[in-house]
Design a binder for this molecule. Structure first.
Ligand code: DGJ
Length: 741
């Protein structure tokens, strides 16, 4: 996995990729190769590296050593490189020029966990730790690289230690830099907003710097922390792809800078904007972990590499192959108008439907009748829940159900007992009126006493032992960022200290309650990142429950995330977000590959569609384990059509979900060309009894149902293998192909 030659060439990788750099004659880390696995990695070409070029500066006056054209592992600004640097440090003198030079390295078995931050788990892995020192300040930078035997991922993070005599300021610090050689590249990232998260955006990289970032105090739905740089024209099955993400839930920055020479620098890490970290002598700073994947054969392979890794090395292991309970959630059934009787009535419906769990969403706590009050006061509303939450949980469980409860622990309403006692516990700027988001303020999690309060509030309820599931919501971005507890020179540390506080709470809670299933939510997908998924097995990825909206959200998130990490429920029709009417079947099938499935409908809506809901919830229970650990593949996603393939982990079943958005007469007969099936396998289509070999499915295609309003006039010649979708707009079909040999 990691080897070093006598002349200090470092080779990291496995049979899938190689990542190579050397210690240059100048003592710098010079990047040599990232891409396909090399059989003779130490022979990687190093020519054209010290060649005269026009109008360049020479590092320390060394002839032709022009850092602006040298691919590096951890570049700085101001010593002949003019591109955006990986680190920018303000020295005690006020000067910002640093010169980090290699002093040594060690290779350790496995992978250390990052201090205070979520990080991928080791196992069959090695970590290279390189030490660089800036001699003037005596600040040490340690670069961590981990590679695994069986995964196509490289993890990088940085630890900075001030071994000097004076404080320095980290004005900006990225977790990784990768300098790719010249080529025509495109970028792919996921952008969106509330209820329209995760739209895939693709465009050419032009000279200059392309950045996606967040300064919202959450990774956010605006630009997800995922950036892929692709060889021009790369598609699902071909082309080189370099993809990155950051395991972090706050302000991040990811950029691709195309230099004047056409090289591309990828930076992944904390957002430098509005950030600073003061490092006193003896202090240490650890960056979040950047993760990188290389695929030599397009986006499907990239996603497969991410999915396998995230499932095995990021998601909480305890829930890996654990069936997710089916559930009824009270939110779109009753919104804030919730009480004990309604929860018990929903529980009776859950029993009739055979659903596993009832989740009481927002509105259950003291005085919470709308979104203007009570966040922070985590005791039940006695008027509406006179028996108390624990008694209610017991009553629900007595019906044979599990019980789930919603919290928004990081927030405080100005109209709350908590705020009246501790106004300084909210993030704010002294002397200014604070902006509100959904009428609420963000608690200052950079303060340990605030974190303790949050922990204790949840602990009080969870320790009764009757809560099986927690929906952890977070419904606003940060504004007016400042902490009453931090000194003036540390104010710009607030947002990152907040994240450290949040991760600390989650560390404690998940350790104390290992069997409680946490679901991550932030107005849907405003913080559906790997930092949160390290603690929580699933995310509520969007408040958009309309199936058409949901298809693009799932399609987009699948570039990075295995669908094992997602939940999806059948919401009302007309849909509350966009007014669209759609069938129960289409609403259900849009989330078919999300293993956590449920319903959020009122009792009368449930009654109106009881049979259809029962059929789908029964099916969801029957297949509870099928949609964990398998291989999801995007076959097609256009404005009018989505086709997804899913192969179960035992490779015995292929599911193909087909969605047609707007209907029209006389459409083409369509086929789905499946991918990556085992050679020589034969499948029986459960819908038609037709037998298909894997090569037919991949190369000749699976015939899709014909869209028509007139299936009655079928001239099928008695074979009975023609399928139709006759529901008009927003129709869907799920194929089940069982392997027979
Ligand atoms: C936003 C979430 O995304 C919804 O599912 C719901 O829990 C509301 N918050 C409750 O306020």
């Amino acid at each position: 996995m990691i080897s070093v030659s006598e002349n200090n060439i470092f080779v990291l990788g496995n049979s899938g990729f190689s990542y190579i750099f050397r210690i240059s004659p100048e003592g710098l880390l010079e990047h040599l190769h990232y891409g396909g696995s090399l059989k003779s990695p130490f022979n990687v070409p190093i020519h054209h590296r010290r060649t005269p070029r026009g109008a360049v500066s020479h590092y320390k006056g060394l002839e032709n050593v022009n850092l602006n054209a040298m691919p590096q592992e951890y570049p700085v600004f101001g010593t002949s490189d003019y591109r955006f640097p990986a680190i920018h440090m303000i020295q005690a003198s006020g000067n910002t020029i640093s010169d980090f030079v290699y002093v040594g390295h060690e290779i350790v078995k496995d992978k250390p966990r990052l201090a205070g931050l979520p990080s991928a788990r080791g196992g069959d892995s090695q970590t290279l730790i390189l030490s660089l020192v800036d001699s003037l300040s005596n600040v040490e930078v340690k670069l961590y690289y981990t590679v695994w035997e069986d995964y196509g991922v490289i993890a990088r993070s940085v630890v900075v230690t001030n071994n000097g005599q004076a404080a320095v300021n980290l004005n900006h610090i990225y977790s990784s830099a990768i300098d790719l050689p010249f080529a025509d590249y495109e970028s792919l990232h996921l952008s969106g907003t509330w209820a329209r998260e995760m739209n895939a955006c693709r465009h050419n990289l032009a000279p200059g710097r392309f950045t996606i970032d967040s300064a919202r105090g959450t990774s956010s739905a605006a630009h997800h922390p995922f950036l892929a740089v692709l060889e021009q024209g790369a598609g699902e099955t071909h082309g080189r792809v370099f993809a990155s993400t950051l395991m972090y839930s706050g302000n991040f920055s990811m950029s691709a800078e195309t230099s004047e020479f056409g090289d591309v620098r990828l930076l992944t890490g904390l957002n430098p904007f509005n950030f600073n970290w003061k490092l006193e002598p003896g202090e240490r700073f650890t960056t979040p972990e950047a993760l990188h994947v290389y695929s030599g054969s397009g986006l499907s392979e990239m996603s497969r590499l991410w999915h396998d890794f995230i499932r095995d090395k990021v998601s909480p292991p305890k829930f890996k192959n654990r069936a997710r309970p089916t559930y009824i959630n009270s939110w779109e059934a009753s919104y804030f108008d919730i009480d004990e009787d309604k929860v018990l009535a929903l529980s009776d419906k859950a029993v009739q439907l055979g659903v596993d769990m009832v989740v009481v969403d927002d509105g259950w706590f003291k005085g919470r009748r709308n979104d203007k009050t009570s966040l922070g006061d985590w005791t039940e509303d006695e008027g509406r829940f006179p028996s108390g939450m624990d008694a209610l949980a017991k009553a629900v469980k007595a019906k044979g159900l599990k019980f789930g409860l919603w919290f928004e622990p990081e927030m405080v309403s100005p109209d709350s007992d908590l705020y009246r006692v501790h106004p300084d516990w909210a993030i704010h700027v002294l002397g200014r009126r604070t902006s509100l988001g959904r009428n609420q303020l963000t608690l200052d999690l950079s303060r340990p006493e605030v974190c303790d309060y949050i922990y204790d509030s949840l602990d009080t309820l969870l320790s009764d032992g009757n809560i099986d599931y927690v929906k952890w919501d977070m419904n606003r971005n940060m504004t007016d960022v400042g902490s009453a507890a931090l000194s003036p020179d540390r104010q710009r540390e607030t947002a990152h200290r907040y994240m450290l506080g949040l991760y600390g709470i989650l560390d404690r809670l998940t350790a104390a309650y290992p069997d409680v299933q946490f679901e991550n939510c932030a107005s849907g997908g405003n913080r559906a990142d790997l930092g949160m998924l390290f603690y929580m097995p699933q995310s509520w990825t969007s408040d958009m429950c309309d199936p058409v909206g949901r298809l693009s959200i799932i399609n987009g998130l699948s570039y990075l995330y295995p669908l094992d990490t997602t939940a999806s429920y059948i919401g009302p029709s007309p849909n509350h977000q966009n007014g669209r009417m759609s069938s129960i079947k289409t609403r259900y099938l849009a989330g078919i590959f999300c293993p956590a499935k449920g319903i959020s409908l009122s009792n009368s809506d449930i009654d109106a569609d009881f049979e259809a809901l029962k059929t789908h919830m029964d099916y969801a229970k029957e297949t509870q384990l099928e949609f964990l650990g398998g291989r999801f593949t995007r076959i097609a996603h256009t404005q009018n059509k989505t086709i997804w393939q899913y192969e179960t982990s035992d490779k015995q079943t292929i599911y193909v979900a087909y969605f047609n958005i707007l209907s029209a007469p006389n459409l083409p007969f369509e086929r789905a060309y499946l991918r990556a099936l085992p050679q020589g396998a034969v499948y029986i289509c459960q819908d038609t009894d037709a037998a298909y070999s894997s090569d037919v499915l991949m190369h000749s295609g699976l015939p899709l149902p014909y869209i028509t309003t007139d299936p009655a006039h079928d001239g099928d010649q008695g074979q009975g293998q023609n399928l139709y979708m006759d529901e008009g707009d927003f129709s869907a079909h799920l194929f089940t192909l069982k392997r027979s040999s």
